[in-house]
Design a binder for this molecule. Sequence first.
Ligand SMILES: Nc1ncnc2c1ncn2[C@@H]1O[C@H](COP(=O)(O)OP(=O)(O)OP(=O)(O)O)[C@@H](O)[C@H]1O
Length: 954
Amino acid sequence: MDTSDFVIGQRWVSHSDTGLGLGIVTEVAGRRVTLGFPAADEERTYAIDNAPLSRIVYQIGEEIETFDGERFIVRAVEDLGGVLLYHADDGGADLRQISEVKLSGAVNFSAPHQRLFAGQFDRNGAFRLRVATLQHQDRLRASPAQGLIGARTQHLAHQIYIAHEVAKRHAPRVLLADEVGLGKTIEAGLILHYQLHTGRARRALVVVPDSLIHQWLVEMLRRFNLRFSIVDQSRYDALQDSEDEVDALVNKIFGDDTAENPFETDQLVLCSLDFLRRSETAARDARRAGWDLLVVDEAHHLAWTPETVSPEYQLVEELSRASRGLLLLTATPEQVGVASHFARLRLLDPARFHDLEAFREEEQQYEAINAVVRRLHAGSPAIDAADRQALAGWLGDELAQLLAGEDPARAVIDALLDRHGTGRVLFRNTRAAIQGFPERRPRPVPLACPSLYEGLGAGEQGLTPELDVAEERWLADDPRVAWLEKTLVSLRPAKVVVICAAAETAMALENYLQLRAGIRSAAFHEHLSLVERDRAAAYFADTEQGAQALICSEIGSEGRNFQFAHHLVLFDLPANPDLLEQRIGRLDRIGQTEAIDIHIPYLLGTAQEVQYRWFQDGLNAFAESCAVGVAVQDKVREQWQRAIAGDGAVTAGLLAASADEASRLRTLLQHGRDALIELNSCRRDVADALIAGIEQEEGSAQVRDYMVEAFDILGVDMEDHSEHSDVLRPGEHYHAGHVAGLPEDGLTVTWSRQQALEREDLAFMSWEHPLVTGVMDSVTSSGLGKAALASLSVKGLPPGTLMLEALFTVHCPAPEALQLSRYLPVSPLRLLVDVNGRDLSAVLDHDRLNDLCSNIRRRTAQAIVPQIRPQVETMVDHAERLAAPNLEPLKARALEQLQALLGPELRRLEALRRLNPAIREEELDFFRDQLAAGEAAIRRASLALEGIRVIVTA
Ligand SMILES: Nc1ncnc2c1ncn2[C@@H]1O[C@H](COP(=O)(O)OP(=O)(O)OP(=O)(O)O)[C@@H](O)[C@H]1O
């Protein structure tokens, strides 16, 4: 370069330090030039002979920004004695004259060729990484396995099916109601992971009982890499401590609207329902924060009747209004009655579930619907005229539309399940359908009733008579206590979970066992703090030094995982059959490897004996999971109450009637409701295909190959650890900005799913591990590899021949809520052209070119770039011309997919409106607007140049 190249006021960039922004020449003296860099507030002086500077000239059509943030499009460029005057407009009619002196100092060359001309180019490898990143992203986004990869869980068909079915929805609102211990937490985790990974959700709130906070925190982190923050009273206390006097005064005057809202600080928040109930401030903050997904575990506590609404229900109802998606989890949806079950369904889908009476009536039709559904499954010849008539009655005008589709049987079945069942909102897998659970062995222990319970043995009170007697007395005289002590000693060292109804009983028993009987035990109940509960659970889980027995209260143990134990003692029996199932479910869960012994001590001649016989002979609820218990109890309630009240004459009748009713309901459910729900809850063929897809991605060597290349470019050292496993450490040229989440002292990782399941200390590297997605996102969102220069030596091509490898993607700016990336993939398009506009893409593919290309030394490249600028611009034009015809087919496909997805949603609401006149026109308009906005955005989509590699033959 020469002194005459520089004029005061000109804008240049430093390609050795692009972070300085756009510099302005302030002085030219001798063989030196000085530039000010306003964005970085710095001044630098360079020797003109080897200044690492590139002149910035914006071209017609490019955007420029002035110091005060105004943006214009360049329409003409005039050279006034070396300083440029841009004639530009802001979309209006008038042109403005803007001297380059007035341009903003912050500069971002987004177009690859601009970067190249500004000297901001990278080595070959970075371009290769960019291309590979976009190609992998595109492939993964199109894969049905997307969002389900990399969880540290076994691939269980019923879970994967539900997760995929629910998570792909725009606003998932469902009740996950698998029977106890089948993995609803895991399903919710998979759904969360999918939604967060695909950008469908960003903010999630999980609300659980106090006792499950820690378990959720740990499960989400170790299985799904989801890091939740707990909001509890201590968070509020800490806030208060940090609030200074001025804040306090402001809050006092203006209310505490200005106070920090801890629910807004984090994106993933875990909080206890009990805490939200206790703290009005927290409940209000949680509502105000707004969520994409709200998860409520143990949702059977949300009781509702037409006359009374429980505070828990009310709270969740209000919270759910602040969230697009809602997942309610309960194994026993009807535990507190059909009305509450209905009310929860209504929270999920008010358009569909609007009338309790209509809901009850619908249940009567399930058997008939199921029969037709089964025949539809079997194929059309099985359907007769009567079926057709029934279908027309259920589906009305919609039937013709459904039959006209691609898969009419499936469409009709889905519509039936949805409009007349709980199709879309309820998923329930049963043990019977999943199979493979170990045996449950009831071990009844009849004991004589001691005199101290005289007058206390009857009615529901008789199930827990110890609550009405002084603690020392029952501990001394209740034969269950001595039996428990003896049994624990005889079972030693086997772990035993003891469950009783009340926290007082649990505390007294534990105290007794520990202090007087010398048995290592821990108590677990609602009066313990969270930390104390977790400590107790950990003490019990410890196989070497741990407790032999964990004495739990009913609520204290709910939802917990104790499948490492094989003995359960039911110190008393609950009145409600669903509670019994919840108790047994602590041990009878996925992961239980042995038969479970259920020890049932009961006092002869009391309500306890009746309850034992009712569960055993009336419901068979110990040996098998009993889904009909609550319904039977409703039916025989009067007899049951009399029997436990001590009316011996009715007991035999109660047992016979209960057994009959249980058998009748089981048959009915098998043919009616459960069959319908099961049809919906796991479609094996779909699940198997998904699992195959997930395993293919998880088992492929591609992810490691990709990351090896990325680590090399981003300065991460990778060292062999053991088979399938490596240690990653920040290296000398580490780009911290690109590799979020790599600890300074390194990370040991495994690339094998099997090893990840066995070794929880190793991070499981998959396409969806945050480290991998973080690298991919940062490559595509930064300028890394956007422009590169390479040399190629092949026989037959004269030296100095230029080629341009260009990579285009589809660019479609639209509001995030439309989630258009679902329909319009990035679809990377790679082209290779020469200066004459010949398309060489097929002659030399990307991989072959990678093998043949080598890097050009930076200084040489800097000298070449200004000389080849016109040819590069011509080649970019050629590439754009060749790429253009690819856009329309992509848009057409995207429009089709958008309509295929939203069209049925709209038709569904229209069909539901025939059943439920309360559906408002605005609700239909919402989908119409979504469709219209999506279509408009897709029509505006364009091809964007994502990267270029200029190839110079040597
Ligand atoms: N796919 C899986 N891979 C590994 N472990 C699993 C899987 N699914 C479930 N589990 C384990 O099985 C146990 C039960 O799972 P989870 O707690 O999710 O069940 P749940 O249906 O929520 O139970 P509950 O009805 O008691 O609330 C847990 O210990 C869980 O970690």
